[in-house]
Write a protein that binds this ligand. Structure first.
Ligand SMILES: [Zn+2]
Length: 64
């Protein structure tokens, strides 16, 4: 029997072909969404940094 750790909570997930969890390789749909949210959170951090310069309304001074 093959057992893989859930990427989110490290709980062992049985990887038997007929009994694969719907959220495989995650142990549950909840862990799948947690991991998905983690990825989305990382992506949202990138535009958030750009918004740092939102105070300049009329053209930004050129960067050095
Ligand atoms: Zn899990």
């Amino acid at each position: 029997m093959t057992v893989l750790p859930c990427p989110t909570c490290q709980k062992p997930v049985a990887a038997e072909a007929p009994n694969l969890p719907a959220a495989f390789p995650f142990c549950s749909e909840r862990c799948r969404l947690i991991d998905l949210g983690r990825w989305l959170g990382e992506e949202f951090k990138i535009p958030a940094r750009i918004e740092d310069t939102e105070e300049s309304e009329e053209g930004e001074p050129p960067l050095p």
